[in-house]
Design a protein around this ligand. Sequence first.
Ligand code: ASP
Length: 406
Amino acid sequence: MNKKKLSLTAKISIALVLGVLAGLALQGHASIAVTYIKPLGTVYLNLIKMVVVPVVLLSIMQGIVSLQDVRKVGSIGVKTVAFYLCTTALAVTLGLFFANILNVGGGYVIATEGLSYEAKEAPSFITTLVNIFPSNFFQPLVDANMLQVIVIALLFGFGIILAGEKGKAAQEVVDSFAEVSFKVMGMIIQLSAIGVFALICPVVAENGPAVLLPLLKVILVAYVAYICHMVAVYSMAVRSFAGMSPITFFKGMSRPIIFAFSSASSVGTLPFNMEATQKLGARKSIASFVLPLGATINMDGTAIYQGVCAIFIAQIFGIDLNLSQQISIILTATLASIGTAGVPGSGMIMLTMVLQSVGLPVEGIALVAGIDRILDMGRTVVNITGDAACTIVVDAWEKKREAKKH
Ligand code: ASP
């Protein structure tokens, strides 16, 4: 492992602790943290958001082109999406299970009058599907509409393969710009320690332990579900489908996990995840297709969080959810997590869609908004570990398929 990068991870962990301490010290003077420290965090986040589109677009195209065969991409794509959907549905189910048996919202009296949260109208299921297909090449890139960006990447990636000899120049351009985007991402990542410090400090200064305590149970239940999902589902997946020891897997994943925890961004963690999965034996061509796709559509941690919060809000408002409503939560949370962007805080926005699907009051989001960052750090870890587990598994399946052919 290279020394410089190890020290970056250490720097980020130290920055996280210092950010919390500085936040505690600045309690009562939260405006200082908000005025002078938060802007640095915003700059860091803006830079990550800026680089998301080129990184996802070019790395998926590069992944497809390097596979050189439309049918092969299809076979990998189907396996990847199937793995992502099944694990996400399992994740929400687990979140609902723990929220119900641990009675996440029970025993609390929280004033629910006067809560307000501006919810956007959630589009219908059909509209959501139709909206995946762009009518313009540039608009999705400008709006960072990631599902549309993926469609463009897929179509143009296929186009390059089908163009054969004439597509070679385009392939080189994609390869070259993909490398350039990764380098840009690398530069931004060097700023992570400052970014992480500046993001966590105002959150702690503004909210403080007083707001956090009554919501401790939500945090606890969500983290129990996060950990169970990682240990049970991902360990089983890598062991039974790829013959890899879970210990090797989690050891190899330590750097991306620490980075995801401190940055709360799946997309920001992509370069670390690329490196870690390749060290664990996955091929670059598979990783560069499966991982960016996962960082955009596969959010198991977000799905768990949405399940837990839905039950919490229902219980606080004294609403009983029956089995069919809980099944609707599984479906909508799976879809909502696909639509969640891999940047901090976006899972909370998509929670609206889940609550509305079963008629729960969206004002309830205001209850969990104060602790969102803490929940976000854990869910991002689950999100990126799920992407890595899928990469290892799909790579193993492909190796088996290739071995059979020869
Ligand atoms: N922060 C999460 C991620 O980047 C998304 C979320 O807010 O749930 O993976």
